[in-house]
Design a protein around this ligand. Structure first.
Ligand code: FDA
Length: 407
C-alpha cells in the first residue's frame, strides 16, 4: 500500500496542470493514466500548435445546465495567468484571430511545460496504469479528516485523502477517451447530464444531400443560427462543405447548441443585399442568373445553387433579365435563409469535445469538490463546454487551478 495526499486520474490538460500546482503547494501527488503517452489531445490540438486559450474568455463562451458555474474558476485563473506561465517557460505564442492564442512552434511546448511544472512539484506519474476499483472509507468520529480513498490499480493499491477525476470526455476514443469519470461519478451517487458530441460536423440524409455533395471542400464565411426566436444562438464564421454534410468553425460552433430533429439556418452571403444586387443585375444584364450570382458567392456555390433550385422546381436556369421578380426573391431568400435539418453528427469519432457530464449541481464552483467529500472533478468531464477557439483549454486550466487551491 502506498500513500499519497492526492491521486489525479488522467494525465491530460486539466490533470497535469492540477497535479503541478498541487505538488508545488506541498502536496504529495500521484497522476495515473491508462495511456503510455501524456496529453494526446494537447498534442493534436490546434493543428499541432494548440489553441491553448482565448484572450476574450468569459462565462458567455460556455454551455452547461448552469451557465454561471464556470464564472468563479474563470475569474480566478485567467488567460493572462496562463500566458504569464508560458512566458516564464520561454514559450513563444501568437494571436491568430478573435483572441485565439496558439504556440509559434508546437503543442509539444505546452506538454513539456506541464511536465516541468509537475517535476517542480515532485509529482509521481504512473503510466500506463489502469484503475481497477476505488472505495471510500469514512473516518471514525474520533479520527482526523473526512476519511480516505483506497484505489486498486494494476500497479498496486494506493491510499489517499483526495481523488481528482480529470479523465476528460468521450471524444476521439482511439486516443484514449473513456467513460471512467462518469462511472466514478455514478458510483458515488453524483448526477450526470447526458453526454453528447459537441463541436462536431453535422451530417444530412444521403439523397437530400446529393445536390450539395459536389461542393465538398468549398469553404466560405456564413452566418449560422439555431434555436427558437426566444433562445436563438448565432455565429459568423467559416463553413465547410463535406461529402456527408457540413463542417468548419461555423458548423462546429452551432453543433454544440443544435438539438436533434430541429433545423439550422444559414445565410450564405452575410453582409450582402442579395435581392437588391440581383434586381440591379436584372435591369442591366443578360447573363445567366448563375453568372450574376457568382459575383456574390463562390461560382461553384452559385452553379450548385441554381441547379439544386431547378430540381426543386425553381426557374433559375435562364438569363437574369428574363427572370421574374418572384423567382429572384425566392433565390435570395433561399441563399440567405437556407433552412435545413441535420440527420445527425459525425459523433465522438470526430467531435472535438463532449458536452454534458458531471452535473454542476453536485460540485462546488469554488473548488470543484463534489458532494462526495474528497472527490473532485475538473476539465471536460464536468458539464461545462466551451466554444471553439481555446475556451476548452482555458476551462481545463481554470478548473484545475481552482481544484488545486482547494485540495
Ligand atoms: P483530456 O482529454 O485532455 O485528458 C484526459 C486524460 O484522461 C487522457 O490523458 C486520457 O488518456 C485519460 N483517461 C481517460 N480515460 C482513462 C481511464 N479509464 N483511466 C486512466 N486514464 C484515463 N480545445 C481548445 O481549447 N483548443 C484547441 O485547439 C482544441 N483542439 C482540439 C482538437 C481536437 C482534435 C480535439 C479532440 C480536441 C480539441 N480541443 C481543443 C479540446 C481539448 O483538447 C479538451 O477540451 C481538453 O483536452 C480537455 O482536457 P481534460 O484534461 O479534461 O481531458
Amino acid at each position: 500500500m502506498q500513500n499519497f495526499d492526492v491521486v489525479v486520474m488522467g494525465a491530460g490538460a486539466a490533470g497535469l496542470f492540477c497535479a503541478g500546482v498541487a505538488g508545488q503547494l506541498g502536496l504529495k501527488v500521484l497522476v495515473i493514466d491508462h495511456s503510455d503517452k501524456v496529453a494526446e489531445k494537447i498534442r493534436i490540438s490546434g493543428g499541432g500548435r494548440c489553441n491553448f486559450t482565448n484572450l476574450d474568455t468569459s462565462a458567455a463562451n460556455f454551455l452547461g445546465n448552469n451557465p454561471n458555474f464556470c464564472r468563479s474558476a474563470l475569474s480566478s485563473y485567467t488567460p493572462r495567468h496562463f500566458t504569464d506561465l508560458l512566458q516564464r517557460h520561454g514559450i513563444a505564442f501568437h494571436e491568430k484571430h478573435k483572441g485565439q492564442l496558439f504556440c509559434d512552434r508546437s503543442s509539444e511546448d505546452i506538454i513539456q511545460m506541464l511536465l516541468a511544472e509537475c517535476d517542480a512539484g515532485g509529482v509521481t506519474r504512473w503510466q500506463p496504469c489502469s484503475l481497477k476499483n476505488i472505495v471510500f472509507s469514512a473516518s471514525s468520529p474520533h479520527a482526523e479528516g473526512i476519511g480516505s480513498y483506497e484505489i486498486e490499480s494494476d500497479r498496486g493499491t494506493i491510499r489517499c485523502a483526495a481523488v481528482v477525476i480529470a479523465t476528460g470526455g468521450l471524444s476521439i476514443p482511439k486516443i484514449g477517451a473513456t467513460d471512467l469519470g462518469y462511472r466514478i461519478a455514478r458510483q458515488f451517487g453524483l448526477r450526470l447530464i447526458e453526454p453528447r458530441p459537441a463541436l462536431v460536423p453535422l451530417t444530412f440524409d444521403g439523397e437530400a444531400w446529393a445536390p450539395y455533395a459536389a461542393l465538398a471542400g468549398l469553404s466560405l464565411p456564413v452566418q449560422i443560427e439555431t434555436g427558437s426566436k426566444k433562445a436563438k444562438i448565432s455565429f459568423l464564421e467559416d463553413l465547410l462543405f463535406t461529402h456527408r454534410g457540413l463542417s468548419g468553425p461555423a458548423v462546429l460552433q452551432i453543433s454544440s447548441y443544435w438539438q436533434a430533429g430541429t433545423p439550422i439556418r444559414i445565410n450564405l452571403a452575410p453582409g450582402t443585399e442579395v435581392l437588391q444586387a440581383l434586381m440591379r443585375a436584372k435591369a442591366s444584364s443578360r447573363k445567366l442568373i448563375a453568372n450574376e450570382l457568382a459575383q456574390l458567392v463562390p461560382s461553384r456555390l452559385a452553379d450548385a445553387w441554381v441547379q439544386a433550385g431547378a430540381s426543386a422546381g425553381h426557374d433559375w436556369q435562364r438569363p437574369i433579365n428574363e427572370a421574374s421578380d418572384k423567382a429572384l426573391a425566392a433565390l435570395a431568400e433561399r441563399l440567405t435563409r437556407w433552412e435545413l435539418t441535420p440527420t445527425g453528427t459525425e459523433a465522438y469519432k470526430k467531435a472535438e469535445v463532449t458536452a454534458g457530464g458531471v452535473d454542476t449541481r453536485d460540485l462546488s464552483s469554488q473548488t470543484m469538490e463534489s458532494k462526495q467529500p474528497g472527490l473532485y472533478f475538473i476539465g471536460e468531464v464536468v458539464d461545462v463546454t466551451g466554444w471553439l477557439g481555446g475556451y476548452n483549454f482555458q476551462w481545463a486550466w481554470a478548473s484545475a487551478y481552482a481544484c488545486a487551491q482547494g485540495l
